[in-house]
Design a protein around this ligand. Sequence first.
Ligand SMILES: *Cc1c(COP(=O)(O)O)cnc(C)c1O
Length: 400
Amino acid sequence: MPKPAVSFRPRESTTPLRFTAPYARADLEALVARHGSPLLLVDCDVVRERYRRLAAALPGVDLHYALKPLPDLAVIAALKEVGGYFDLASGGEVDLVRSAGVDPERCIHTHPIKRDSDIRDALRFGVRIFVADNPDELGKFVRHRKRVRVLLRVAFRAADAVCDLSKKFGCEPAAVPELLALASKLGVEVVGLSFHVGSQTPTPVMHVNAIEACGALIRAARDSGHALSVLDIGGGFPADYLEPAMPIEEFCAPIRAALAGLPPGLRLIAEPGRYIVAPAGTCVASVVGRALRDGRWWFYLDDGMYGSFNGQIYDHASYPVVALREDGERVNAVLAGPTCDSIDVIREDIPLPLLEAGDLVVGRNMGAYTSCSASDFNFIPRARRLAINAREDVAGSGQP
Ligand SMILES: *Cc1c(COP(=O)(O)O)cnc(C)c1O
């Protein structure tokens, strides 16, 4: 009998990959041997665990995962399993939750500045709650007013957030009464307030101040006949990097106390992104070459500042990086990315074993704002995303 033709296309596995963090060296080597390098592993067990931990720290608050830091089907599926909600900001994000079979009633659209086509895409999917922060944006909802409910986004300055978003979006608290009056005149229903104090906030002080200020705005609005029933406290919950963050239970305790002081009858929403996915992402890169320059070893990886490590620029993050090879003496090394650009250097003065081509280097806590903003600069492909510990096999299916 003739032998069956050999298929040169590797067959995708149909059984989910299962590993427990921190992953064994042999497992990571086997993954790279099978799927190539660089990889970004997305651990769905960690996603579910982080969701449950934040939900326990914020009882009574609906957690809408903001897709922005890691728009990935496996993450969406994992959060759907544990009862999560979703926060969308673009047509692409709408398509992704739709393809994951998410109920549109569990989604809100929170981009403050939209095209009419963005609004219509989200409406067609079934999203009903949107965000506005100025008169023009309220005006865009007039033609959709029968189907839309709006949250007014209010800005509170967050001088100590790593990424302060209060400059770019949100109205002054003092502008809320006039925006409410304009919405009434336009026939657009405003159901509540939202804010986003910025990302990776070191302390909960900004959240607490913003919740208290919104409480006062909601009381004043109710007194003047606007029945606000939603408060959305945004994201900003911090994750560990080289510097550990405040434990989430400690971070949320004063937030819980502030929420307890709000007027009654409010639906409470949060939009965590980073906190849920940062520790779920592990970058696995390979050494492609090395050189001794001015007495220092340079190790060149197949992932770098234009790839998964771009968050070290755009997101101001520093990721813990280790080599899997543990033997031998440490040398003071430079870890560099694969492109021909001189700023493509991941870390200088890092003690590492004397690595060789093929050795693996692992970056931890790299789930948020890494893969989503990576590029193919120099025509070097970005890391392949691989879901592990997913309930169904959705490995890599959220790849752009
Ligand atoms: C980016 C963003 C989030 C998520 O912020 P994290 O700091 O990652 O939690 C939530 N809401 C809005 C409106 C955002 O733009």
